[in-house]
Every structure is written in structure tokens, then in C-alpha cells.
Design a protein around this ligand. Structure first.
Ligand SMILES: [Fe+2]
Length: 251
């Protein structure tokens, strides 16, 4: 089975379409949440996400736009975008987002992998540093966890010789590229496919990954997308301009 892993699309339609165009063949899509929030194409991205299948977990922005969590915990920019998004979404799309399940969700037909937004212990937890990753790595009921939320492609692993973080290393900053990551036996992994719609790892290109369950390989991808169009939509919507400008630097 080949699983296309998408996370943190954040209503960036141009980035999502670029990822789907760049992706090799796949059997199913696993969406790790934050489908909306920040970007200016929430309805289009929800419709596209619904077309892509039923394997999804909710993110904190999905909860915020539907009122499942209060906006007090959000910074002003995120809260402004959440309120704008709530206003834009059709009732049907809002209901669909409200019904998204909380992670962890087992990867269907696999048994050894799970899908979360933050971590299996707390759907809103940010697993940024190795110190954050130790507990989720060691307490996980399955060896392989795919997560999002941090908008940073890469992850963490643990085995007999200890634990460490890793990031895919790319050669360029502007071309379509991919990096192969081979999973090893008797190791535990937390793997983040990166953010489709708002990368924060210093690389502006849209990020995703593909998990081949037979080969036990995770292939990481970065793909350029129509940045200017995504930015122009954000400006035209009257959303905070920083939401557009940050896309250019991946921060
Ligand atoms: Fe996010």
C-alpha cells in the first residue's frame, strides 16, 4: 500500500494542487489535520480534501474554526484567520470539519502505524525537539506514528542505540525534489510529512510524503507552487498580510 501523507494544508489551494500534481501514484491519502486556517481558499481545500478520502484526523485550527475550542489560546493573527474562515465556509463544509475525528487514528489495513495531529498523548502537543519526542516515541502502542502540527518536515527515531532527530536534506531551494528515508526493523519513529500550505522549516516549497508499507520507505517531497497566487488571495481577502509574506520564506 502506498499512502500519500498530507498535513497542515491550511487552506492553501495552490500548494495542495502542486503536491497532488507532484505526487507519484498512491492508493490512499492520510490527512493529518489543519485543513483550514491561515490561507484564503478554505472551501476549495475542504472540497478537495473530501474528494481525497476518509482517512483524516482533526487539527487545532479545524477545531477553532468550528468553535470546538475557544480562540483565546490563539494569537491575534491565527484568531483573525479562524474567524474569517468560519465566515467563509459553507454550512456543509463547516459541519464536515466539525465531524473530523480526534487522533490517534490507526492507519487502516496496517496495524503498526497511527496518525495524529500533535501526538498520540495530546492532539494539540507540539513535538518540535528531541526532548518533546521521547515520551511519544517510548509510550506509543505502535512503532510508527505520523504527525503534523509543527509544520517541520522530518521527525524522530529511537532504537537500542538511543534516539535522535532527522531532517531530509535537499540540494536546492527552488526545484522539485525528494529524499528517501528507509525504515529499519525494531526501531520506533515519529514522522512528519511537513506542511503542505504553510511550511515553517525555512523552506518555502510545499511539503508532503509518501509511505510505501511493503518497502518500508518514507519518501519526503518538496515542490514549488504558485506562491504569488496564494499570496494574492490572502491580500485580497483582507487577512493579515504576514500570512501571505511568511509563505515566501517558509517561516
Ligand atoms: Fe497547522
Amino acid at each position: 500500500m502506498r499512502v500519500l501523507l498530507l498535513s497542515d494544508i491550511h487552506a492553501n489551494l495552490e500548494a495542495l494542487e502542486a503536491c497532488l500534481a507532484a505526487a507519484p501514484s498512491f492508493d490512499v491519502v492520510a490527512n493529518l489535520g489543519d485543513i483550514v486556517g491561515y490561507g484564503a481558499s478554505p472551501n476549495e481545500v475542504v472540497v478537495r480534501s473530501r474528494e481525497l478520502g476518509k482517512i483524516l484526523v482533526r487539527g487545532n485550527h479545524d477545531k477553532a474554526v468550528t468553535g470546538l475550542i475557544p480562540l483565546q489560546d490563539f494569537n491575534l493573527m491565527a484568531a483573525t484567520a479562524a474567524l474569517w474562515t468560519r465566515d467563509q465556509l459553507t454550512d456543509e463544509n463547516l459541519d464536515w470539519i466539525r465531524g473530523l475525528p480526534r487522533g490517534p487514528l490507526p492507519l487502516p489495513d496496517h496495524g503498526q502505524a497511527q496518525l495524529v495531529h500533535g501526538s498520540a498523548n495530546d492532539e494539540d502537543e507540539y513535538v518540535v525537539f528531541l526532548g518533546d519526542a521521547i515520551a511519544p516515541l517510548m509510550t506509543s502502542t505502535v512503532p510508527l506514528t505520523f504527525f503534523g502540527h509543527t509544520h517541520q518536515q522530518g521527525g524522530f527515531f529511537a532504537g537500542e542505540s538511543g534516539a535522535d532527530a532527522f531532517r531530509p536534506e535537499y540540494r536546492t531551494v527552488g526545484q522539485a525534489e525528494s529524499v528517501t528515508f528507509q525504515l529499519e526493523k525494531d526501531m520506533r519513529y515519529l514522522i512528519n510529512p511537513g506542511s503542505v500550505g504553510q511550511p515553517r522549516d525555512g523552506d518555502w516549497r510545499a511539503a508532503f510524503a509518501l509511505f510505501d508499507t511493503e518497502a518500508q520507505v518514507v519518501q519526503f517531497y518538496r515542490t514549488p507552487y504558485d506562491l504569488k497566487s496564494a499570496q494574492d488571495r490572502i491580500f485580497a481577502a483582507g487577512l493579515p498580510s504576514r500570512l501571505a509574506t511568511r509563505l515566501a520564506t517558509g517561516r
